[in-house]
Design a protein around this ligand. Structure first.
Ligand SMILES: [Zn+2]
Length: 191
């Protein structure tokens, strides 16, 4: 593990979750069900951040209940397959007992990549709620729109911008910390 990852880890998950829960604008208004589920996806993203991974989190909901959770573990598990959405899909498959998740909703903090968008379509997930968009890699409208591609046999109903500010804030904070840690490391090496 690189030292940057170690430094990012120094903030325990519980502290980060508390910090994000305590934001005043967040406390003031009553959350809708969709916001509650996105909040749980954000909690998953915070778990990724706490182990030095890019904070991306996901939950899958069936009949008003969360049946799959996942967060990015790409570096930890040393595989590009360890994206939040893939982990959440695997868990939901176990609960439902089927590869089809056609009555399910996915809540994900960052626009899915091509791999995850492919898995979402393959799983026949009905609704996908996205927090922040990803102009550099997103495949739910940014680069491609695989979730709504009419030539496939399944299209998802997509809603973007759900708690977008908080989802992107988490990512920005992670990268600012990462850069600061890298800078400090360089300074230390130079002295
Ligand atoms: Zn992905």
């Amino acid at each position: 593990m690189c030292s940057a990852a170690v430094s990012v880890c120094s903030q325990p998950a519980a502290y980060l979750i508390l910090k994000y829960d305590m934001q005043p604008h967040y406390k003031m208004k009553k959350l809708t069900d969709r916001e509650k589920f996105m909040k749980e996806a954000i909690r998953q993203a915070v778990k990724a951040s706490a182990i030095g991974e890019v904070p991306i989190g996901c939950v899958i909901v069936y009949d008003g209940r969360i049946i799959g959770r996942g967060y990015n573990r790409r570096m930890t598990d040393r595989t590009a397959l360890a994206h939040a959405e893939i982990t959440a899909i695997r868990k939901a498959n176990k609960v439902i007992g089927d590869w089809r998740l056609d009555d399910c909703e996915m809540y994900v903090t960052l626009e899915p990549c091509q791999m995850c968008a492919g898995a979402i379509v393959q799983s026949r997930i009905r609704n996908v709620y996205i927090g922040a968009m990803n102009p550099k890699a997103g495949c739910a409208g940014s680069i491609l729109d695989l979730l709504r591609e009419e030539r496939f046999n399944h299209q998802c109903i997509v809603e973007t911008g759900l708690m977008e500010e908080r989802c992107s804030e988490l990512l920005k904070e992670f990268f600012v910390n990462l850069r600061t840690n890298q800078k400090n490391k360089k300074t230390e090496a130079g002295t």
